[in-house]
Write a protein that binds this ligand. Structure first.
Ligand code: KG4
Ligand code: ZN
Length: 342
């Protein structure tokens, strides 16, 4: 008999994602994004995201079923992101998942968004190489994980103490007059710039910070340093060297992310590292991480970009793993938890 058909629903931020997975086989991955509606505000507006999820949910479910060539009646289990994420956005997905699970009389699994970013790697390259490290970098999170089993034992080694890495890209892009989302815009501008032009700060890397924050990140000081630099240029009446600032900023972010991820793997004896989240689309991050992992003898795995950003397939992938592990379903009273821990 084939593995159960698992439906995954993701609505933690601005992407309405529905995925269908059997075991580690991806059958459908449909994403409707409200990113364009947030662009003029320079960041995700929670109320707009929630309304967009509500409007996109049924069409997205329908398209996913069509893509996989199945009907809802074929679904054996429903998985949904229960957190972390935007409170109102989470409720739309959880509400839809509960209604479906009840109507179809199948088990419901509320899962963690970060664990799902890890689990999705199984859809691209086969079963997870556990135990492994995982670096998750997006607009909403920046976390370093030690994954023993993605369904039952994921340990948080460190996370950002202020802005997420993607958020730092977005805010810095705004300072430089570049469009939202800022990551791709900064990445493109940086190609023309000199990454050594400006020595921007590397947050939480000083000896005094390492004792308590060895695997944590901080990007708000970096953002402030960029703002100060831009203001100084303006005060002196000279043009802001956008490409050099973008390249130097990007280098500071990538340097810290890669240094700490490799240090975490070494410290915990992990021979594999997974990279996930929207910022993993950054060319310099991939390049530097590949270089430093190779030096340290760590095997790096990065799923294709489409699976790295928020989507429903990652939730279905984790759901399939949880079902296979025989873990109990969530109660029908499941809610959304904006700060759900891993
Ligand atoms: O995972 P994602 O699609 O959504 C969440 O935030 O959860 O990540 C979006 C973030 C945005 O902050 C965006 O600026 C950043 O990923 N991003 C990038 C690149 N592409 C997207 N950051 C740096 N370089 C990129 N090429
Ligand atoms: Zn995410």
């Amino acid at each position: 008999a084939s593995a159960p058909l698992v439906l995954g629903i993701e609505t933690s931020c601005d992407e309405t994602g529905v995925g269908l997975v059997r075991g580690t086989t991806l059958l459908a991955d449909v994403v409707a994004s409200s990113v364009d509606e947030h662009a003029r505000f320079g960041g995700v507006v929670p109320e707009i995201a929630s309304r967009a999820h509500l409007e996109a949910m049924v069409p997205t479910l329908r398209r996913a079923c069509d893509e996989a060539g199945v009907t809802l009646a074929d679904v054996d289990a429903v998985a949904v992101t229960a957190g972390p994420g935007l409170a109102g956005a989470l409720l739309v997905g959880v509400g839809a998942a509960k209604a479906l699970a009840w109507a179809l009389d199948v088990p419901l699994y509320g899962v963690n968004h970060l664990d799902a970013h890890v689990a999705v790697c199984a859809l691209d390259g086969g079963p997870l190489p556990t135990p492994c490290g995982a670096l998750l970098v997006s607009g909403g999170h920046t976390s370093l994980l030690h994954v023993v089993d993605v369904a039952s034992d994921v340990r948080l080694l460190g996370e950002t103490v202020d802005d997420a890495a993607g958020e730092a890209f977005d805010k810095t892009a705004r300072l430089l007059g570049l469009p939202y989302p800022g990551g791709p815009a900064i990445g493109a501008a940086a190609l023309e710039g000199d990454p050594t032009a400006i020595a921007f700060p590397r947050g939480l890397t000083a000896a005094r910070d390492l004792e308590r924050h060895r695997f944590d990140f901080s990007f708000s000081g970096l953002k402030t340093a960029v703002a100060r630099w831009v203001r100084a240029c303006e005060a002196q009446g000279r043009p802001v060297p956008v490409a050099d600032v973008a390249a130097s900023f990007q280098e500071a972010v990538c340097d810290v992310l890669t240094r700490k991820a490799v240090d975490a793997c070494r410290t915990h004896g992990l021979e594999h590292l997974l990279l996930g989240g929207g910022v993993s689309a950054n060319g310099r991050l991939r390049e530097l991480l590949a270089e430093r992992c190779a030096e340290a003898g760590i095997a790096l795995r990065v799923p294709r970009p489409r699976l790295s950003t928020d989507n429903g397939a990652m939730v279905a992938a984790l759901g399939a793993h949880v079902v296979a592990a025989g873990l109990p379903p969530s109660p029908r009273t499941l809610g959304g938890d904006p700060s759900l821990p891993v």
